[in-house]
Design a protein around this ligand. Structure first.
Ligand code: SAM
Length: 354
């Protein structure tokens, strides 16, 4: 049987004024609509973006319009970036062991840790990674994250600017990687909690940062209200920016020490994403309205996990006339030799008093 001529899909593209291109690209990226097989091109004052389908969102706000049949150059298939990095390092006479084997991508910034090597090669290595990975800036994580406000210690090795917008699970996080921490390793946890919070719930996040947990909960669950406490003024400013960026109407940022700012007797969920959480368990129990769930994090010697954690949380519950109904613990990651970062999701309920 004759199958007939093959159906050829029209090649679609969107033309957008240059000034609106970034925000449109972000929306198209989130909607997975960018056609990676063709190149984005400049045409006069416009940018033409190849797409796989017409977006469902309105293009008028971007002053953009669809262009069917746009002839855009085809992209050559992407090469394996690791292979390309290896080749470029080799060509530059840099030993592979001097370059990082892993990196973290936060928005358009790449964060690396440098293995011991010739310090004179650091900038050249960063340039190679930045170019191959199509980053704007490459920064070195010099000595990790410090103090109760969790401030990073980074230095720019290549490129310009440390402020970016990271998109994850449909949530946008504006941040400055040189001034506030971002842990992209906790993605699964952030999304899982957001998906478990029931519609109508009240949530208190005692250590909100730029909104790591508060934003996905506010955006993805239909929580009635999410109170987000944050002490660090820099993180708090980004938290405010991120509320606007994500157009959330159910997130209330509260500036200051959660001991003073956290509301009492309101919460179904309390989030404690800080290694000092054990010092604030009283604040968490006071935030609850009757039974509820506390998401608790701490650093713990490996051989004491999970007993010490369970004992600590159970004792704190008793001190507030509550019982632990269920507790789920897990190791998030190894933090230092013999020390683990662990977390517990603890369901508690008031004791029946005689
Ligand atoms: C570790 S960060 C948030 C990390 C995030 N939960 C994650 O896992 O990616 C903790 C935040 O708590 C803030 N913080 C520390 N002590 C605080 C307090 N007493 N009250 C409110 N915020 C506090 C810090 O400034 C920091 O931004």
């Amino acid at each position: 049987m004759n199958a007939g001529p093959p159906v050829i899909e029209p090649l679609r593209a969107i033309a957008v004024p240059k000034g609106n291109a970034d925000s449109l690209l972000r929306s198209l990226h989130t909607a997975h609509l960018i056609d990676r097989t063709r190149k984005i091109v400049k045409r006069g004052g416009a940018i033409v973006i190849p797409v796989t389908a017409k977006p469902v969102f309105d293009l008028v706000g971007f002053r953009a319009r669809m262009e069917d049949g746009a002839a855009l150059p085809v992209r050559s298939p992407p090469r394996d970036p690791r292979q390309e990095i290896r080749e470029r390092l080799d060509a530059a006479g840099i030993r592979l062991e001097e370059a990082p084997r892993r990196w973290e991508r936060i928005g358009d910034i790449v964060v690396i840790r440098l293995p011991p090597g010739n310090p004179a090669n650091a900038r050249r290595i960063a340039e190679i990674l930045g170019t191959v990975l199509d980053a704007r800036t490459v920064v070195q994580d010099v000595s990790g994250i410090h103090g109760p406000m969790r401030v990073p210690d980074v230095r720019v090795l290549w490129g310009d600017g440390t402020e970016t917008v990271h998109v994850e699970g449909g949530v946008r996080y504006a941040l400055d990687v040189a001034r506030v921490m971002f842990s992209s390793g906790n993605l699964a946890e952030r999304m899982a909690i957001a998906d478990r919070v029931r519609p109508g719930a009240t949530v208190v996040d005692l250590f909100a940062g730029i909104g790591y947990f508060s934003l996905p909960i506010a955006v993805r669950s239909r929580a009635e209200i999410v109170y987000a406490c944050e002490l660090n003024p820099v993180s708090f400013r980004y938290l405010l920016d991120n509320v606007r960026l994500n157009r959330t109407t159910n997130l209330v940022p509260l500036f200051g020490d959660c001991r003073d700012t956290a509301p009492r007797g309101v919460a179904n969920w309390v989030i404690m994403g800080h290694f000092d959480a054990r010092d604030y368990l009283d604040v968490a129990f006071r935030a609850l309205r009757g039974k509820g769930t506390i998401v608790y994090h701490e650093l713990c010697p490996k051989e004491q996990y999970p007993d010490a954690l369970t004992r600590r949380v159970t004792a704190a519950a008793r001190a507030h006339w509550m019982n632990v109904r269920a507790i789920r613990t897990r190791i998030v990651k190894s933090y230092a030799p013999g020390i683990v970062h662990c977390a517990a999701e603890v369901q508690v309920a008031p004791q029946n008093r005689p």
